[in-house]
Structures are given as structure tokens and as C-alpha cells.
Design a protein around this ligand. Structure first.
Ligand code: PBG
Length: 337
């Protein structure tokens, strides 16, 4: 065995060798601390107008925006693969976007059409509806803008109306992604008052002002509109104590589960949240993270399939209950099959 090389005296180990448990797959499987399962994966999907329409997203190779009929088909595939829930994002047609984001509470908007169509055809899958104004406003900000300022309380009033049309259309989970103060409590109160006490709130509680959302903004068509940044409402990436305050506040306001976003660069926040709070915690492997894996894989710099698996597993190790990921369908099929 020892190829004739001299051995170092290892008696200082006192017999303790950590490699013993890693010597074979049976043993690695036996001591594996976390699992990655289809039910851990939430699939974000982009909706466009039309029939039998799909459009590609340049910065997200492999991801397509889908018209409602194709979305229903995707929902069926997701259900069959064991994915528990979809997160929907509309690409609102240009002529329906405006300063006041009125389309956000049009009961027949693209989001509501998608929600009701999927709810009718695939009632077993959970539907998570994003609530924020950037998908409906002419300036790509998540809140109403007046004289260059993002208005808080006025934005919350619009979001409440938006959440209500979504709940009426069949949303099971309202997911405010805007980072305005007080929106969770306001949405909870409005849902309860309208008889939607069963509708959950998954708040984007610790959402950072991040460059990793770039491809998403192309996907929903807000990127080219956005002037400036989102630093007055999304969090500073230098902070994590503040993330715990955001999370605590959202739980107090009535959030059923919380989200941390982006994902991989913020696993320290996931872990701190896991240690501090006893609520379901989700992390979002965002569009820029997806693009990095795809593009580095295509360039031959990393093994793409291995990177997808390793990156998703890291979320579970950090303590997340689940991950929003554009890889959900592919991975649920692999993991479940
Ligand atoms: C907007 C919203 C964003 C994402 C989800 N909801 C973008 C942003 O805040 O600018 C990003 C998701 C991703 O990058 O995959 N309310």
C-alpha cells in the first residue's frame, strides 16, 4: 500500500481520523447532514401576453418568458416533478406601464390572468405572487416616485390593492418584494378584512440592493427604464445586523415566512436568520447567479451541472427551508427521478 514512502508518525492524532467517514459513498451517504429534494425548490416564472408565445432572455440563457397557456403547461410539469410552488413575475406590456402603476391592481392584469389560469388547471401547486411596482411602473422603481423620491406610504396603498386582486385571482402566497416599511402589516390587514385570512405572506424581508438582479430586470422589462439605484429601500450589502431587524419586523407584522435575497453571496444572512428565528426561511438564487453559472459553464470554466447542484445544496446547509431557483424544474426532475 505505502509505495515504499516513509510514514510520518501520526500518533498525535490519537486514532482520530476525519477521513474515515469519507472513505466510500455508503459512508458519505450515511453521515450526510442535509438533503436536497424537489420540495425544496420553488420555480420563478416570467409571464408575457399572447397565445403559445415564448421569448428568450438574452442574459438568462435557457430561461423563457411564457404566455399564460404555456405557463399552465409548465405548472403541470412542475407539479409532476414534485415542485411545491411557483413564483410568478409579469412582463407587463409597455403601454400598460405608468407613473402610478395602476396596472398593478387591474383585476385582469397579466399576473391575475396567470394566477387564475394555473389555479383552475393545476390546483395542487402553490402560487406565489410577487407584489412590487417595478413590474407595472414606467420608471422601474419598486415604489411610486415623486420628485426623485420613492414614496413609502403611498406605495404601500397601491401594493395593498395589488395584493387583493392577486388573492382574488387565486394567489396562495403574497410575496412583497419592494422593501417599503410597513407593507406586511398593511397587506395582512387587508387580506384578513376581505376574507383571505388563509392567504400566506412570504416577505422579501432582507432584500439587498444588488447588481445580481440585472438579468431579471431584462426579463420583466424594467431594466432599461430604471434610472438610478434602489439604495433608499433595498439594503446595503455591508450590513447583516440590519437584516435581522428587517426580518424581526416582518415577522411581527405578520409574515408567515421570510426570504433572503440574493442567495449565494448572502448565505451568512441565511445562517444568522436560521439561528435567530423559528420561521420558514427561503433564499432566492437570483438571475445574476443563474447567469454566472450558465456563462461560466458555457465558457468551460466550471462544470455547469456540478455547480448547479453544489450551489443549491449550499442553501440547505446554510439553513434555508427552500430555494427560489430558475433551475427548479431541471433539478426537481433529476433529484426526484
Ligand atoms: C422586483 C424584484 C426583483 C427581483 C425579484 N423581484 C428585482 C429588483 O428588485 O430589482 C429579482 C430576482 C432575480 O434577479 O432573479 N420587485
Amino acid at each position: 500500500m505505502s509505495q515504499g514512502w516513509p510514514k510520518h508518525d501520526m500518533s498525535f492524532l490519537g486514532g482520530r481520523r476525519l477521513r474515515r467517514l469519507r472513505q466510500a459513498e455508503w459512508s458519505r451517504a450515511m453521515v450526510r447532514e442535509t438533503q436536497l429534494l424537489p420540495r425544496d425548490l420553488i420555480w420563478p416564472l416570467f409571464v408575457i401576453e399572447g397565445q403559445n408565445e415564448k421569448t428568450s432572455i438574452k442574459t438568462m440563457p435557457g430561461v423563457e418568458r411564457l404566455s399564460v397557456d404555456l405557463l399552465v403547461e409548465a405548472a403541470r410539469q412542475a407539479r409532476d416533478a414534485g415542485i411545491p410552488a411557483l413564483a410568478l413575475f409579469p412582463n407587463t406590456p409597455d403601454h400598460l406601464r405608468g407613473e402610478n402603476a395602476e396596472e398593478a391592481y387591474n383585476p385582469d392584469n397579466l399576473m391575475c390572468q396567470a394566477l387564475s389560469a394555473i389555479k383552475a388547471a393545476v390546483p395542487e401547486i402553490g402560487l406565489i405572487a410577487d407584489v412590487a411596482l417595478d413590474e407595472y411602473s414606467s420608471d422601474g422603481q419598486d415604489g411610486l416616485v415623486r420628485d426623485g423620491q420613492i414614496l413609502n406610504d403611498e406605495t404601500v396603498a397601491v401594493m395593498v390593492k395589488s395584493a387583493l386582486v392577486q388573492a382574488r385571482a387565486g394567489a396562495d402566497v403574497i410575496a412583497p418584494s419592494d422593501m417599503m416599511d410597513g407593507r406586511v402589516a398593511a397587506i395582512r390587514a387587508a387580506l384578513d378584512a376581505e376574507g383571505f385570512d388563509h392567504v400566506q405572506i412570504m416577505s422579501y424581508a432582507a432584500k439587498y440592493a444588488s447588481c445580481f438582479y440585472g438579468p431579471f430586470r431584462e426579463a420583466v422589462g424594467s431594466g432599461s427604464r430604471l434610472k438610478g439605484d434602489k439604495l433608499t429601500y433595498q439594503m446595503d450589502y455591508a450590513n447583516s445586523d440590519e437584516a435581522l431587524r428587517e426580518i424581526e419586523q416582518d415577522i411581527e407584522e405578520g409574515a408567515d415566512s421570510i426570504m433572503i435575497k440574493p442567495g449565494l453571496p448572502y448565505l451568512d444572512v441565511v445562517r444568522r436568520a436560521r439561528d435567530a428565528f423559528n420561521v420558514p426561511i427561503y433564499a432566492y438564487q437570483v438571475s445574476g447567479e443563474y447567469a454566472m453559472i450558465e456563462m461560466a459553464g458555457a465558457a468551460g470554466a466550471i462544470n455547469r451541472d456540478a455547480a448547479v447542484l453544489e450551489s443549491l445544496w449550499a442553501f440547505k446547509r446554510a439553513g434555508a427551508n427552500g430555494v427560489l431557483t430558475y433551475y427548479a424544474l431541471e433539478m426537481a426532475r433529476k433529484l426526484g427521478g
